[in-house]
Design a protein around this ligand. Structure first.
Ligand SMILES: *Cc1c(COP(=O)(O)O)cnc(C)c1O
Length: 373
């Protein structure tokens, strides 16, 4: 498309034309039969993408942070102990959020580029009575990916609810919520799910729903309260009209198209595509003399990369040069390292020519910097 720049940031991303078309269709009533069917289809397809057949999906108008808020609001009661496993900016956010609901929060924080040792997590669970632990599947500030499987195992072993912030991973990285025993897995539409910003998406396990049902205190957030939304989700899945807050009708229509495309590709193939493109990108970037923030391949995300500037490159000059190219990338996000690195998103509809385009833009920018007087 002439004059359009390639959007390679960790969300929003490039969206499929079919998805954007759905967004532009005439808005229907939120109780129209077609819309009820679309909403119900989305809920059913979410369970497939998340691989959580017995889970309870929620679709809300809002951002990923609202999905984080929904989990915190419904699962925390004042005084509950919560463990936050933080691998970057969004871990810190979760800690702040849980405190608002009266949680007694402990943070286990890794150095940028590293993960938190599982032995440290187990030690914390052994010596404390946590109700819930959160972790970030892929932290968008560091591009560090955490393996959810052992955390799910620890959650089951110590009877602690597990909340996975999958805003930068779900529909891009491998996700087996039910098999791994993850109690809440949440995301937002604008990342690997491939729909413009505006939807918060969450799937809760039966254990999470049970914990919420057994609360002794009311949920401290009216809009997020599952008492308000559970009947709505159940109605849509059963094909009945219902209302609590007006759903984002056009975005839900676009979500249906995107989820269908995701399932048509198949999650397994989709994960392999993300993996192959990310690996190739990291290798080529290293060949250019850059260093990745994640310390090893094992903990490197396939949905985005975080890349340190080498000594020889001035970060702000590089970003200014890239701003003149046809590719949009993102600056660093961790406050303590902000000017020291940049980020490239490669998720959702990403293909090989997108990867080649970013690499070419980076190469060109570097060579222009070197030619400066
Ligand atoms: C983007 C992101 C969020 C926040 O999502 P918003 O839609 O911006 O509120 C939370 N966690 C992670 C891992 C993210 O990548």
């Amino acid at each position: 498309m002439k004059g359009r720049k390639l959007l390679m940031i960790p969300g929003p991303i490039e969206f499929e034309p079919e998805v954007l078309q759905a967004l532009g269709a005439p808005t229907t009533s939120h109780t129209a039969p077609n819309f009820i069917t679309s909403f119900g289809n989305c809920l059913k397809m979410m369970k497939q993408v998340w691989e959580c057949p017995d889970g309870q999906p929620f679709i809300m108008a809002g951002t990923g942070t609202l999905a984080m808020d929904m989990a915190g609001a419904n699962l925390i009661e004042p005084g509950d102990k919560a463990l936050v496993i933080s691998t970057g900016y969004f871990g810190e956010r979760y800690a702040e959020l849980l405190k608002r609901y009266g949680a007694d929060v402990t943070i286990l924080k890794s150095e940028p580029g590293h993960t938190v040792d599982f032995s440290a997590i187990e030690e914390a669970l052994k010596t404390n009575d946590y109700k819930l632990m959160t972790f970030t599947h892929v932290d968008t500030s560091t591009a560090v990916r955490v393996d959810p499987k052992p955390i799910g195992e620890l959650g089951r072993k110590y009877n602690v609810l597990t909340v996975l912030d999958g805003v930068c991973s779900i529909a891009g990285e491998e996700m087996r919520q039910q098999e791994w025993g993850i109690d809440v897995a949440l995301t937002a539409s604008q990342k690997a799910v491939g729909v413009p910003p505006g939807l918060a998406l969450l799937v809760a396990s039966s254990k999470a729903m049970e914990t919420w049902k057994n609360r002794k205190t009311p949920v401290g957030n009216y809009y997020c309260d599952w008492s308000n939304w559970l009947p709505i989700m159940q109605a849509y899945e059963e094909g009945r009209p219902s209302y609590f807050g007006t759903p984002a009708v056009n975005l839900v229509a676009a979500l249906e198209v995107s989820l269908k495309m995701i399932l048509a590709e198949g999650m397994e193939k989709r994960v392999v595509r993300h993996e192959a493109l990310a690996k190739e990108f990291r290798q080529k970037i290293r060949d250019m003399g850059f260093q990745m923030m994640p310390v090893n391949e094992e903990s490197s995300a396939n949905t985005l990369s975080a890349i340190y500037f080498p000594e020889t490159i001035n970060g702000s000059e590089f970003m200014a040069g890239m701003a003149k190219s046809d590719v949009i990338i993102a600056p660093g996000l961790l406050p303590e390292l902000k000017g020291k690195y940049f980020r490239v998103g490669h998720m959702g509809s990403v293909n090989r020519s997108d990867i080649v385009s970013v690499l070419a833009a980076i190469e060109k920018t570097i060579s222009q910097l070197k030619n400066l007087p």
